[in-house]
Each structure stands twice: as C-alpha cells, then as structure tokens.
Design a protein around this ligand. Structure first.
Ligand code: FES
Length: 170
C-alpha cells in the first residue's frame, strides 16, 4: 500500500506560533511598531489601552498603514491609509465606505462596511511582553494577502526577530 506523501512546499506551511515584538513599555512610548512575524510584515498599534495588529500594506494598493492616522468613523476606530485615505477598522480589518441614497440627496451619508479586507492578527500580552500570532491564511482569503506575499513582501533582517519557541512556559 502506498503511503500518502506530503507535497506541500515547506515555504507555504503556516507557522502560527506567537512571536515576541516588544514590551508594553515600548508600545506605550511609541504607540505603534512594525515587525516581521514568520516572514509577514505587520504593524502593531497601541491605541486607547488596546493592541491591534494587521498586515502592514493596505489592501487597496499596498499603502504603508504604519504611516496612517487613527480616526473614529461612526464610533469605529480606523487606520486611514496615507495613500488614498481608505478607512480600515483596527479591531476587525473591515474596509469602511460612505453610502448615500441618490433618491434622497438630503439624507446624511452613512458609514457602511465592505467586509473584512485587511488581515488582522492576534496580540497577546504576557508579563509585560507583547506577542503577535498570525491569523490562519488557510482559513479565509483576504485582499491584503496579495501585498503580504510574493514580490511585495519586504523582509527585514532575521536578527530583528525575537522568536519565542515555547510561549506557554513564559
Ligand atoms: S493604498 Fe491604501 S488607500 Fe490606496
């Protein structure tokens, strides 16, 4: 009987172990940081006491989200891409847009969601240390994946990574 063989390219196997990206103190000082987590560039925001991590390049055309402003739209906190001003919610990665009713021009435009467009990742705080765990790209496709892989991917030197192999024992 033939045993099944693994044909998956090792480069495509997902690694979802948490990666250390800095201390709480670091984030309280600078409010945002960039990191490479298992070959994926992410930005981590510290905003109003909460941490949010997402792919660093905007789902629209790859704009640098770490250079954007944080603003609230209809009560939802967003990063505004510096290139074309797309609004992306920090907590869910949804793209927001304003809709108007052409039959009622006097109506106030409403903020609506395009759905999840930017991949967000999980941030964990443990003993004053901040870790990022990538969301599983195999679970669902996200528009920002295009700019997080292939020719658009920018990899920093491996020495900037501080990988924690056994997160549970920290
Ligand atoms: S690249 Fe971000 S809005 Fe266009």
């Amino acid at each position: 009987m033939d045993l099944p063989s693994c044909t998956q390219d090792p480069q495509t196997i997902e690694d979802n172990s948490p990666v250390y990206v800095g201390t709480e103190e670091d984030f309280k000082k600078c409010q945002r940081m960039t990191a490479v987590v298992h070959d994926r560039e992410v930005v981590i925001f510290y905003h109003k006491g909460e941490y949010h991590a997402m792919d660093i390049r905007c789902y629209h055309s790859g704009g640098p989200l770490h250079l954007g402003e944080i603003e609230d739209f209809d009560g939802r906190t967003c990063i505004v891409c510096p290139w074309h001003k797309y609004k992306i919610t920090l907590s869910t990665g949804e793209g927001l847009y304003q809709s108007i009713n052409p039959k009622d021009p006097s109506a106030v435009p409403k903020w609506c969601s395009k759905g999840v467009k930017q991949r967000i990742h999980t941030v964990t705080v443990k003993n004053g240390h901040i870790y990022v765990t990538l969301s599983k790209a195999s679970d669902f496709k996200c528009d920002s994946d295009f700019y997080a892989t292939g020719q658009f991917k920018v990899i920093q030197r491996p020495s900037t990574l501080r990988k924690v192999p056994n997160f549970k024992n920290i």
